[in-house]
Design a protein around this ligand. Structure first.
Ligand code: ZN
Length: 600
């Protein structure tokens, strides 16, 4: 065990004593010079923040992305270039030359104009499981995670040096598990194709040795219905990447079950972003960056989780991509309202996969390549960028495996230890700033740097805080809410006897009903609308009947529970009718004295 690990072990032991001060991050995890410059703008004043490539982290240099040799693709009959409508000038296109490697998934074969089909993905994953399963000590399986609304099976490839591919076998080997998800948005194909490449390289190629240090669970295509229709949403018109707290769609439920069962330490969510479209209309520009990156940025995240995300993951990732000639920026987007020239980093609400995985105490990374609205243009480079990014994150995890194996239980315990005392942020938002953002001239392809109004998600502004309860009481009729919480992995108990407890009832003081909004505009949410209430709290003794529920906060997912059950936010269970009346919930402000039983 290294000196660093011993130091952390001692700190974790000390944490058991409530009076111990919070340890300093750098004294625990890094003998290297402290990274003193936060990447975020100051909360109090707008500032121009140039993108930097920090040097505080010294990790072993990442080799160039290499993939195993494959049979050459069948003779291509590509559409003549002059027949392909370019979404922007040839000068812009020339800034994105093909990568040094040609990737060869079914959907990337020459002459194809469709991406890898669902049945081709299924066959591909099975071939990888078969190849890896023949290696002594390696466990591999394709497991069904759920069924899409149109009946497609959402599948995951599990690869590990373990006695099996079930969650217990992976947890038993002590290695961090990385959860990789592609194509939640059906019109963003590069992540899916890249995950097929990653599957093959991990199962039988040049990345297999990583399985000596890490486990992987790979879902190449989380939204097969959207993919087959080439559209963002699921079949019922829901943006599933805003459904990770509510879990209304079977697609989001499938991912939640995998997270609940496999407890990933790291989660990667692969997307693509709009390159021209509304940016061209608003700013007269085309977007430049090969990859936009962001980790979880929502209220109540443990400080060390954010530090690990920044120092152990994002910085080495930016550096590695730069080495390979790939450009990066923080993830940003802009609303569909053409009069609104604000640029926003990825949202701060507890609804995206990125933020909800963070609330489950995983290092959670969003990787977006420049792909929406440009068809198959630059597809090899987009896939290459995703493969390079994912490879770097897996390498970082392998290098940090020992530290991560201590960080995760430390954070789990820290979150649980906050119950009944301290404050909880109920609502937080981004901080307005200004930012120098480089885009491209759509004609000349030259860099065009603008100073934009920029909502930073790195510095959160607290909008509403409350005392952190010991837990939440839910009425016996709250079975839907209980089912969704348990799907997230939250421990819910049932009252084995009637009792009373000191608590806060919610009193509604105002209400509006409207479509949910995020930084892009209105969230695609089927026909659902959110009930946004303002509430007051009424402290008193609350009578709680036998058969009703108690959700303790002294558990690792305590912050996720707060996001779900404080009712007066857009993302909450109450706002979205998973709890239909404020009378069915209360904040429990003292340790309950009544007898509780675990649910079957
Ligand atoms: Zn997306």
């Amino acid at each position: 065990m290294t000196k660093l690990a011993l130091s952390l072990g001692a700190t974790v032991l000390m944490l058991g004593c409530a009076s111990s001060p919070m340890p300093e991050w750098n004294s625990i995890f890094s003998a290297r010079p402290a990274a003193t410059t936060p990447p975020s703008p100051q909360p109090s004043r707008p500032a121009i923040v140039a993108q930097t490539v920090p040097q505080a982290i010294a990790v072993a240099p990442l080799p160039e992305v290499k993939v195993s040799p494959v049979a050459p693709p069948p003779p291509a009959t590509p559409m003549p270039l002059q027949d392909q409508p370019l979404p922007y000038s040839a000068a812009v296109a020339s800034r994105f030359p093909p990568p040094p490697i040609t990737y060869s998934t079914p959907g990337l074969q020459g002459g194809r104009n469709t991406y890898t089909s669902q049945s081709e993905i299924q066959a591909w994953l099975r071939a990888q499981a078969t190849a890896a399963g023949g290696v002594p000590g390696l466990a591999a399986a394709v497991i069904p995670a759920g069924t899409s609304q149109r009946g497609e099976t959402i599948e995951a490839l599990v690869l590990a040096r373990a006695t099996g591919t079930d969650p217990a076998a992976l947890l038993a080997n002590g290695r961090p598990t990385v959860f990789l998800v592609g194509q939640q948005h059906g019109n963003e194909p590069a992540g899916s194709e890249a995950l097929l490449v990653m599957s093959r390289e991990l199962a039988q190629g040049l990345l297999r040795s990583l399985l000596d240090r890490i486990n992987v669970v790979i879902v190449p295509r989380a939204n097969p219905d959207g993919a087959s229709a080439d559209r963002r949403e699921t079949a019922n018109g829901v943006d599933m990447n805003r459904d990770h707290l509510l879990l209304n769609t079977p697609e989001a439920q499938a991912l939640a079950k995998l997270t609940r069962d496999y407890h990933p330490t790291v989660a990667i969510d692969a997307h693509e972003y709009t390159v021209a479209g509304r940016f061209l209309e608003k700013f007269g520009t085309v977007q430049k960056f090969d990859a936009l990156l962001q980790y979880a940025t929502t209220a109540n995240l443990p400080e060390f989780l954010t530090k690990a995300s920044e120092e152990w993951y994002r910085r080495p990732l930016v550096a590695a991509l730069k080495t390979q000639g790939l450009s990066t920026e923080w993830y940003y987007t802009t609303s569909s309202d053409l009069a609104d020239k604000k640029i926003s980093m990825g949202g701060t609400l507890a609804d995206t996969g990125r933020n909800v995985e963070g609330l489950k105490n995983a290092v959670s990374l969003l990787v977006e390549t420049r792909g929406v609205g440009i068809g198959r243009l630059h597809i090899q480079r987009r896939v290459h960028t995703q493969v390079a990014a994912m490879t770097n994150v897996l390498n970082s995890t392998a290098q940090r495996a020992s530290e991560l194996s201590q960080l995760r239980p430390y954070i789990d315990k820290e979150v649980a230890g906050l119950a009944c005392r301290n404050a909880a942020v109920v609502e937080a938002g981004p901080t307005p700033a200004q930012y120098e953002l480089t885009m491209l001239d759509p004609v000349t392809g030259a860099d065009k740097t603008l100073v934009v109004n920029w909502d930073s998600a790195l510095a959160l502004q607290t909008i509403k805080t409350r005392a952190r309860p010991c837990g939440y009481w839910l009425s016996a009729s709250s079975s839907t809410a209980v089912e969704r919480l348990r799907l997230q992995g939250v421990q819910v108990q049932r009252l084995a006897e009637a009792g009373s407890v000191l608590g806060d009832n919610y009193r509604e003081t105002s209400r509006t009903v409207s479509e949910r909004q995020d930084v892009r505009g209105t969230i695609a949410d089927g026909n659902n609308k959110a009930v946004k209430v303002e509430v007051g709290l009424a402290r008193g003794l609350i009578e709680v009947p036998r058969g009703s529920y108690y959700v303790p906060l002294n558990q690792p997912l305590g912050n996720l529970v707060i996001a779900a059950l404080e009712p007066d936010t857009q993302s909450s269970f109450f706002a979205n009718q998973l709890i239909d009346d404020l009378k069915n919930t209360a904040r429990v402000m003292a340790p309950p004295a009544f007898r509780l039983e675990d649910l079957p």
